[in-house]
Design a protein. Structure first.
Length: 277
């Protein structure tokens, strides 16, 4: 499949570039995100029909943290295949798999050309990927192609309209809007969650469902909430909307607010899924 540092661009925008972030900090955030979001994510996957023994495709698997969790807790007697366009992200996943003797198969490929046969997996899942796609309908078509008849295609993503905190520090809304503008300028969409069910319907799937999963500081510690929902935004900004130093100051104020006993944070994850006819 080529070098671990090759990037296969087709189908995904430039709205996410780990090399533009503090890579070690971002890997830490992604690992924490999987661990913390699992509280709402795993029940949704089971409700959609993912069971032990199935072959799961994790599309946009990144560094493999969710694939590892799925192999352990969701399909321990099944198979997990992870696909991602970014070889630099796949490299640590492959290294851990080799070190641990894991059977997870990681493939460097684009979501618009998944190198798997027709009808070869039971459940195809894309998490926090569609906010980075410029051709989501083509990716959904590919997910449908590789899933057997009766199998499930599911997508999950966020919508920043559901992100709120209290007390809200000065500059919080400006920070969120500047990060969203930066992603839009690169072809991404931080409000994609509200459109997922419509996309799944348009893909011709049957028995389509949608759901919203709430993640709050009643579920996870406030500092963890800030870490997984907001911290990275201070590094992905439209600098014409906000000065990076101001963004860092706002993030610092948010972290201070998170230490208060009355702090509350709220975020939404949206899922949509359907069955292949």
């Amino acid at each position: 499949m080529g070098s671990d540092h090759v990037r296969v661009e087709a189908g995904r925008t430039a709205s996410y570039r780990i090399e533009e972030l503090d890579a070690a900090a971002e890997l830490n955030r992604l690992e924490a995100q999987v661990r913390l979001v699992a509280l709402m994510e795993l029940p949704a996957l089971r409700h959609a029909g993912l069971t032990e023994g199935m072959h799961l495709l994790d599309l946009g698997c990144g560094p493999g943290f969710f694939a590892e969790l799925a192999a352990k807790d969701l399909v321990p007697d099944g198979q997990v295949t992870g696909v991602d366009v970014d070889g630099a992200l796949l490299a640590p996943a492959r290294l851990r798999a080799e070190q641990r003797g894991s059977s997870i198969d990681y493939i460097l490929a684009s979501g618009v050309a998944i190198p798997l046969p027709d009808d070869s997996v039971d459940f195809a899942y894309a998490r926090f990927l569609f906010q980075h796609l410029d051709r989501p309908e083509e990716v959904l078509a590919e997910m449908r192609r590789v899933v057997r008849p009766g199998g499930v295609v599911m997508v999950m993503d966020t919508d920043d309209a559901g992100l709120l905190v209290h007390p809200e520090p000065d500059g919080f809304k400006a920070l969120i809007e500047a990060a969203a503008a930066a992603q839009r300028s690169r072809g991404g969409d931080r409000t994609v969650g509200r459109r997922l069910k419509g996309m799944v319907l348009a893909a011709g799937l049957e028995d389509v469902h949608g759901s919203a999963r709430i993640l709050t500081t009643d579920h996870i510690p406030p500092r963890d909430f800030v870490h997984v929902t907001t911290a990275f935004k201070a590094e992905v900004l439209d600098s014409e909307r906000i000065d990076p130093a101001e963004a860092q100051a706002t993030l610092g104020a948010l972290r201070e607010a998170a230490e208060r006993p009355d702090f509350f944070g709220h975020a939404l994850g949206y899922g949509a899924w359907g069955r292949v006819p």
